[in-house]
Write a protein that binds this ligand. Structure first.
Ligand code: SAH
Ligand code: SF4
Length: 389
């Protein structure tokens, strides 16, 4: 495994043109308890063996977890009563505990603040639409990439999340959907996007293991098609290239936000490490490898990157690689507290979209679901952190 990716892009964040920005409480923290989702099949079998359980019990556990979203071993009636407690402890330690839930859009948008084993706080957002339900999940506590318009970026990076911690957000949401706990009645969690807190490519190994377990058919995984999983990156080129080689039809989103290096250097500090040419080259190669259209994320900031000249330049940069390989998602900036940037004029948004469309580029304005509960893209900051940590 490539350590450079694991530890946060630069080796240890200590050299090169970019450094991870660490949060004040970034320190050597203990590791989260090991969970069923963190174990290889072999490790699961060994752990079962140590409890005096034969191999087929592992399959039962996988079935409870992935097919029924169930971790309450005391209720596993197909399991020997005397072993239920020990199995629960060994395989399903509590990794995430809900602290606060906020709802918007008549209960169709639900943001949950979670506490992790070490008191860290992260958030996830469930958004229900007529034909799908999308969960936006976190992959790191905070983020070290330092984008100045992003609430998570302001926190700095505390630590990477484990596969179990990432996956538990999905399991709970899938159970809530099934049980009709979200407005609109019982349904199914259909999509997962890594657009919550953190940079997924900064925690590559855990994110990839989570992706595999979200997408594998039950009982090996939750059975949410990889085509319905989106990994969003600030533009970590080695991560994009590695993901392209995994042979998974996962959707890639690249947070571009600017059509040239001068502007992007300012808006996305990571650009000083991997510039727009390198990022777009990698994004296009991802398209060639997977045949999945790449999403280009573009937060429209008033007077900064939202003018006609920017739209034209963006269109040229994308068309340089050919037709139909990218889909642009402009989104009005969700301004964060104390930010010098604000959302674009609706008229400028329309002009921006028009220019892209006329250049033959598909683009749809993203909604800002959940912005009134600070649950929209870029607003996640686990605000009660200061009070509890
Ligand atoms: N770190 C990854 C994924 C998490 S951020 C990334 O940057 O892609 C999810 C998305 O929210 C990214 O496209 C990011 O650029 C965008 N974003 C961050 N702050 C925002 C804000 N204030 N308004 C709108 N979008 C924002
Ligand atoms: Fe991190 Fe993404 Fe926010 Fe940038 S936009 S600070 S990469 S979470």
């Amino acid at each position: 495994m490539n350590e450079e990716i694991e530890t946060g892009i630069t080796s240890g964040g200590a050299e090169g043109a970019f450094r991870d920005i660490l949060s004040k409480d970034h320190a050597r923290r203990g590791k989260p308890p090991v969970h069923f989702a963190d174990m290889t099949q072999d490790e699961r079998i060994q752990t079962a063996k140590a409890l005096g359980l034969p191999k087929f019990r592992v399959k039962q556990l996988a079935n409870h977890y992935f097919a029924h979203f169930d971790v309450n071993a005391e209720e596993f009636t197909d399991f020997p009563a005397a072993k239920r407690g020990a199995a629960a402890e060994a395989f399903f330690p509590t990794l995430i505990t809900p602290m606060l839930q906020q709802k918007a859009d008549q209960g169709m948008t639900v943001k949950t603040l979670w506490s992790l084993f070490d008191g860290s706080r992260i958030e996830s957002v469930l958004m229900r639409y007529p034909n799908r339900a999308t969960l936006c999940i976190s992959s790191q506590v905070g983020c070290g990439m330092g984008c100045p318009f992003c609430a998570t970026g302001k926190l700095g990076l505390t630590r990477n999340m484990s596969t179990g911690e990432i996956l538990e957000q999905v399991r709970v949401a899938a159970a809530q959907m099934r049980d009709g706990e979200i407005a609109g009645g019982p349904g199914r969690l259909s999509n997962v996007v890594f657009m919550g807190m953190g940079e997924p490519m900064g925690n590559y190994r855990s994110v990839l293991s989570a992706v595999r377990q979200i997408s594998a058919p039950a009982p090996e995984g939750f059975g949410i098609s990889a085509r319905n999983i989106t990994v969003s990156t600030v533009g970590v080129v080695p991560g994009i290239r590695k993901l392209a080689a995994e042979g998974l039809p996962v959707r890639l989103a690249v947070s571009l936000h600017a059509p040239n290096d001068k502007l992007r250097d300012e808006l996305v500090p990571m650009n000083r490490r991997f510039n727009t040419t390198q990022v777009l080259d990698a994004a296009h190669d991802y398209y060639l490898a997977t045949k999945r259209r790449v999403s280009i994320e573009y937060a429209l900031m008033r007077g900064i990157n939202d003018q006609a000249i920017h739209a034209r330049q963006l269109a040229n940069r994308l068309n340089h690689y050919g037709d139909d390989w990218a889909h642009v998602n402009p989104i009005p900036l969700n301004p964060i507290e104390g930010s010098k940037w604000t959302a674009s004029d609706p008229q400028d948004e329309r002009t921006f979209l028009d220019i892209l469309h006329r250049a033959g580029i598909t683009a749809t304005l993203r909604d800002t679901r959940g912005s009134d509960i600070d649950g929209a893209c870029g607003q996640l900051a686990a605000k009660t952190m200061e009070r509890h940590a």
